[in-house]
Design a protein around this ligand. Structure first.
Ligand code: 6LW
Length: 503
């Protein structure tokens, strides 16, 4: 069993980018894709020339024909992709939990991806593809969640069939090839081949504190599989390590002397106040092999300890949980000016919060926006939202002006209970600067005018952690408007500080 603390594992992207999947091309370029859930655009794509320094190049899912939905709950949508390169083509197989499993393809990840090829007759999540040398292609994934015709649920485990990737047709009956080592949530399987031996890797124990990754091998894709005696291959369960919930691995160069492995984890622990609310972030490591098994005692990754790649330069990528994305938001190229057409619905409905934002990448950070003219809001509220999900979020917002004043307040929405952090009134007519500062404990809210700044109060970040809010995502920092009116936000700015829980 190998433990990784944040001083050993190297983060390759910051903010919630869970379920990392990677592939390499014969030309030596690497790509990574992550889960994106209810947010759009989705399936962020990263590129790397060395498997260590990663740069975001776009999103595999950038148009509505790839993401059909009319309503969506928290942490629904796009789960656990697998990216593979075969014969000049990239295949991305992924679950849309609202609709089914699908395959997107492209010949160039810089040039957009196809509409979905739906995989009929393959239930469950976390689908994966394996291209064998003899031309056979396999799909594997975990069990379907729906009872079958007899009312029986499939037993937990990893299932396998052959598939025609051009049509999405499943060619053979599903076969259960592995039940895991604990039986608790075996998921996220990936199959590889090394020296004629088939390897199966999968996550287990749930994606929270019990998370782990295991490995087994066989002379045939269908098994029987011999378990690695050192399983779990990696886990930080039952430890106080700052990095928690590690698992959900994928590898490149599986058949080489050095294999690249990525996995995700959360920055948090019992002693540390920051309880993982940034979500699950991807990490990377190279390992070697011993006696036909990974040798994680011999590992390397040459980037600095505080993380790798341009992805860590806090590039802003705007995403929204709103299904009305096409018409509700307009912004300039830099994202420093955003116009939001207020939505009638609040955050709590399943049509998605009327906000657009960027992932919080560091506990220490600041997000600011100036509402040019609060009287643009006819009714409702508009401001900054710190969004975990539709039931757990915080706002600092202006209320529609009454007479000559505008009320501004900061609130915490925690499973239906609204707590007011603090408030202030300012004269209507002038711009209002809204300020959110993040730190190891949570968030501080402030209102700025031309000459000074008024602090409204603060709130604990752990309210937004998956330990309280549930689900699979992290934090989105952004602007929203709810009610009636068209609201201009100027000087929208995200400033990431240092990630404290790395230290
Ligand atoms: C994903 C599962 C998991 O489908 O979390 O950590 C789920 N692993 O494999 C959602 O990301």
């Amino acid at each position: 069993m190998t433990l990784f603390n944040v001083t050993e594992a190297k983060r390759i992207a910051s903010g919630f980018h869970p379920d990392p999947t990677i592939c390499e091309t014969p030309q030596g370029t690497y790509y990574m894709v992550n889960s994106s859930f209810e947010f759009f655009p989705g399936l962020p794509v990263f590129e790397s020339a060395d498997g260590e320094h990663w740069r975001r190049i776009g999103n595999a899912m950038d148009r509505e024909s790839q993401f059909p939905y009319e309503s969506m709950g928290n942490s629904q949508g796009i789960y656990a992709p697998t990216l593979r390169y075969h014969d000049g083509r990239y295949y991305l197989i992924v679950t849309n939990v609202n609709k089914g499993n699908m395959i997107l393809t492209t010949d160039d990840p810089h040039n957009g991806w196809s509409d979905p090829i739906w995989v009929e007759g393959w239930p469950g999540i976390d689908p994966s593809l394996f291209f064998d040398d003899d031309g056979s292609v396999y799909i594997c994934g975990n069990e379907g969640s729906e009872p079958d015709d007899d009312g029986e649920r499939e037993p937990a485990g990893i299932y396998l069939s052959r598939i025609d990737v051009a049509t999405g047709t499943v060619l053979t009956k599903r076969q259960r090839i592995c039940g895991g080592i604990t039986g608790s949530n075996p998921e996220g399987p990936h199959m590889y081949k090394r020296g004629g031996t088939y390897y199966l890797m999968w996550a287990e124990g749930g994606t929270e504190s019990g998370h782990m990754e295991n490995i087994a091998r066989s002379s045939s894709p269908t098994g029987p599989y011999e378990m690695y005696p050192g399983n779990p291959l990696i886990t930080n369960r039952s430890t106080h390590l700052t990095l928690q919930a590690i698992g959900h691995c994928d590898c490149a160069h599986f058949d080489a002397d050095r294999t690249l492995m990525v996995f995700h984890g959360t920055r948090n622990n019992d002693e540390y106040p920051a309880q993982g609310w940034l979500g699950r972030e991807p990490y990377g490591v190279w390992f070697t092999w011993k006696d036909g098994w990974p040798d994680l005692a011999d590992q390397s990754y040459d980037c600095p300890l505080d993380g790798c790649g341009e992805a860590l330069e806090h590039e802003i990528a705007w995403i929204t949980p709103s299904i009305d994305k096409a018409h509700r938001f307009t912004m300039n190229d830099a994202g420093s000016h955003i116009t939001v057409t207020a939505a009638r619905q609040d955050f709590g409905l399943e049509v998605g919060a009327p906000m657009i934002g960027t992932r919080q990448t560091d506990f220490r950070c600041a997000f600011t926006a100036t509402i040019a003219d609060p009287t643009q809001l006819v009714s409702g509220t508009a401001g900054i939202a710190i969004y975990a999900n539709a039931n757990h979020y915080m706002t600092i917002a202006v209320h529609a002006a009454e007479a000559d004043t505008v009320a501004i307040d900061a609130t915490v929405h925690n499973a239906g209970l609204i707590s007011r952090v603090g408030g202030v009134h300012v004269p209507a007519g002038g711009p209002v600067r809204l300020i959110v500062r993040g730190d190891d404990y949570g968030y501080t809210f402030a209102v700025g005018t031309a000459s000074d700044e008024t602090t409204l109060g603060n709130a604990p970040g752990k309210v937004l952690s998956f330990t309280n809010a549930g689900g699979f995502t992290g934090i989105l920092l952004g602007v929203y408007a709810h009610g009636d009116g068209v609201v201009d936000f100027n000087e929208v700015h995200y400033q990431a500080g240092s990630g404290v829980a790395d230290e």
